[in-house]
Design a protein around this ligand. Structure first.
Ligand SMILES: [Zn+2]
Length: 272
């Protein structure tokens, strides 16, 4: 009788131990989905006043949109209230008109691009380069040409470029299509401007290669960085030719949810 009693106690204990571990597992899973689903995780109490002011200006935006946009910095003018980009040398590094790179920043592992698809001397960070080559090869196998017309740009090169634009167009106009030095994503060594090898890059949107990129680039970790209809978030005019490497996982999420890197960053990367 004692033995049976002991066995029952042991069985009950095992049952509760198993219950404990499975419920713990569930908590961990919930936490993972929360990072993706709970859009208020990134609420920053220090921005409360700014959220309030911004929601008065844009009463049609949801609470999530208000928090996202203010956290990006969109309640301020471009190039004001700027901060240095953390996470240097990460695939998810953010550079926009509120977040800049130090003048001295040169990414690690820059490698030359092959002259079969780029001009000589063009460079990209190793991971991005490897995936870019896979993408270009796959596109070619499908019958589409992707050619690189711009890749890594140093701070000093961007400085020269921007100042030339200012000379010819004035700073207000130059700011609509060119980044100021330190604020160019090209300094990350993770993005490229492309064309189809036939027409000017500004007409890339009309080419079959663009449609291929729309369908496939995220599979290789590349996103269209300045999409149509998101100009009020990226603060850039639509650029059908500018692709940014963010890694496969992030690119998939951004593609699936039709958001920008700026939004992804404040939701899932930035620490409040
Ligand atoms: Zn570009």
């Amino acid at each position: 009788m004692k033995k049976i009693f002991a066995i029952i106690i042991i069985l009950i204990s095992i049952f509760f131990i198993l219950l404990f571990f499975t419920s713990k597992k569930k908590v961990v899973n919930n936490k993972n989905t929360n990072i993706q689903e709970n859009k208020l995780d990134y609420y920053n109490y220090r921005n409360e006043k700014r959220y309030q002011n911004f929601s008065k200006l844009f009463p049609n935006l949801s609470k999530e949109e208000i928090i996202t946009r203010v956290n990006i910095g969109l309640d301020q003018k471009p190039y004001t209230n700027t901060k240095e980009s953390p996470y240097l040398n990460k695939d998810y590094i953010l550079v926009n008109k509120y977040t800049y790179l130090p003048e001295t920043y040169v990414p690690n592992n820059l490698e030359d691009l092959d002259i079969s698809y780029a001009r000589s001397g063009m460079k990209l960070v190793k991971n991005a380069k490897n995936m870019l080559e896979k993408m270009i090869t796959e596109a070619k196998n499908d019958g589409y040409i992707i050619r690189i017309i711009s890749s890594y740009r140093s701070y000093s090169y961007q400085n020269k470029l921007y100042n030339e634009y200012v000379q010819t167009d004035g700073s207000e106009n130059a700011d609509t299509y060119s980044a100021r030095p330190g604020f160019s994503e090209h300094q990350t060594g993770l993005c490229v401007d492309v064309d189809d090898g036939k027409t000017l890059y500004t007409s890339f949107e009309q080419s079959p290669s663009f449609i291929w990129m729309q369908k496939n680039s995220y599979k290789y970790g590349f996103i269209l960085r300045y999409p149509k209809g998101k100009e009020d978030i990226t603060m850039y005019t639509y650029e059908a030719w500018h692709y940014r490497y963010v890694g496969k996982k992030i690119a998939e999420y951004i593609h699936e949810h039709n958001i920008t890197l700026d939004e992804y960053y404040v939701k899932f990367i930035a620490k409040n």
